[in-house]
Design a protein around this ligand. Structure first.
Ligand code: FEO
Length: 403
């Protein structure tokens, strides 16, 4: 069912309640594919949805207007979750004008035969008058793909922000205040952090410069409508400030312990470690990798100023799930975090050393040495782990990253 967000502008997207694996990224809350229909003199569609939800989108549009009457299609982002229904839309409205960035045009040609489409390449500052409104385009390369752009509508003070400011949430609620009422602010904040950590972490400096550019343009933004999750109608300024803070790498005064274990030796070390951290007044969250998706571990890593990575030794190396997590994390280019390691071994060791080798390939501040126990922690090892937790927490309290 279409939902009006501004007079004559409707959400016509789809809610994906069941998705849990978003191209390898865990989405425990599902997601939504948001797109928007503007009922102006020229009917204009902004973005589409994932191909498997095309009938939801077309049904929503048909309740408002004959899809053949769509005059303009704005393609803010060509990733499959937003553009794989574009072919269906163009079959329904073959004469529509498509507005897209140069990189978007090149990319979309790999998915569809665009030879008969009326394609218009746009760049930052270009405008399109659709009757009572002027759409202003703003290129946002790498947020999230090289092709990306946003569409601003000054008459409605509305920014349609594609992936930016999104969250992977499937919900009955379409707006931030509705979601907070039905769930909680903490739940929404957690979804924002999860999305940012797993998708946008590598692009902090681009986000900062792009937000500065938007501020310089003096755009009056009253509402932000992303292509995933809730629409920011009540708290648009808060989500912009949250993005500025996250782009700066700001984090909670807390430690994330992310570990895996074979015969529980490494796992048993987490107990005195957490006690030491908490006794220093620092919060601590623990994530076992075999019990949680990598993306959950990355979210907890991102939210905390410090992290301890725990691994048993397997064949002189770290445990495979720990290696997988660190490979994923490395691709996200983490920085402004302090990270140590701990673990257990039976024969010759090597797991903790291997963790440090991987951490050394990132820009995090490495806290050395790590701490190890032979087979399983005895009382002496537990005392050492407790003290290690305290020392690490003290360091975390002093650490403020490269801000
Ligand atoms: Fe939601 Fe980059 O796609």
């Amino acid at each position: 069912m279409a939902v009006e967000l501004k007079n004559g502008i409707c959400w016509v997207g789809a809610v994906d309640w069941s998705i849990r694996d978003f191209h390898g990224y865990e989405t425990p809350r599902g997601t939504s594919y948001n797109n928007y229909l503007i009922m102006d003199e020229q009917v204009t569609l902004v973005d589409t949805v994932k191909h498997s939800f095309v009938s939801d989108m077309v049904g929503n549009i048909e309740r408002l207007v004959d899809p053949a009457k769509i005059k303009n299609v704005i393609v803010n982002h060509i990733e499959n979750d937003h553009a794989t229904s574009l072919g269906a839309v163009m079959r329904l409205a073959p004469d529509a004008n498509v507005y897209i960035t140069e990189k978007g045009k090149k990319g979309i040609a790999r998915f569809f035969d665009i030879s008969k489409w009326n394609i218009n390449v746009v760049k930052t500052g270009d405008t399109l008058n659709i009757g009572g409104r002027n759409l202003v385009f703003l290129e946002t390369p790498m947020l999230h793909w090289p092709d990306s752009m946003m569409t601003y509508i000054p008459e409605d003070k509305l920014l349609i922000s594609q992936d930016g400011f999104g969250q992977h949430i499937a919900s009955a609620e379409r707006f931030d205040d509705e979601y907070i009422h039905a769930h909680s602010q903490a739940e929404l904040d957690d979804a924002v952090a999860d999305y940012y950590a797993n998708i946008l972490m590598p692009f902090g400096s681009i986000i900062k410069s792009k937000l500065a550019e938007v501020q310089k343009l003096g755009l009056d933004i009253e509402m932000i409508a992303p292509d995933h999750g809730v629409i920011w109608r009540k708290f648009p300024q808060k989500i912009v400030q949250d993005y500025l803070d996250m782009a700066d790498g700001k984090a909670d005064l807390s430690v994330a312990i992310i570990y895996d274990t074979m015969w529980r030796g490494t796992e048993m070390m987490t107990v005195p470690l957490t006690r030491g951290i908490i006794d220093e007044g620092v919060a601590c969250r623990v994530v076992k990798l075999r019990a949680n998706a990598r993306s959950i571990a990355v979210k907890e890593f991102w939210k905390a100023r410090g992290a301890l990575i725990g691994t048993p030794t397997l064949n002189n190396l770290m445990f495979p799930t720990v290696a997988s997590f660190l490979a994923y994390l490395r691709g996200l280019k983490p920085k402004n975090r302090i990270v140590g390691a701990f673990g257990s071994y039976g024969w010759g060791g090597g797991g903790v050393k291997n963790v440090y080798e991987e951490l050394g390939k990132t820009a995090v501040e490495v806290y050395e040495p790590g701490i190890e126990a032979h087979y399983r922690p005895d009382p002496d090892d537990e005392t050492k782990a407790y003290e290690y937790g305290r020392d690490f927490a003290k360091k975390v309290k002093e650490y403020h990253g490269q801000f």
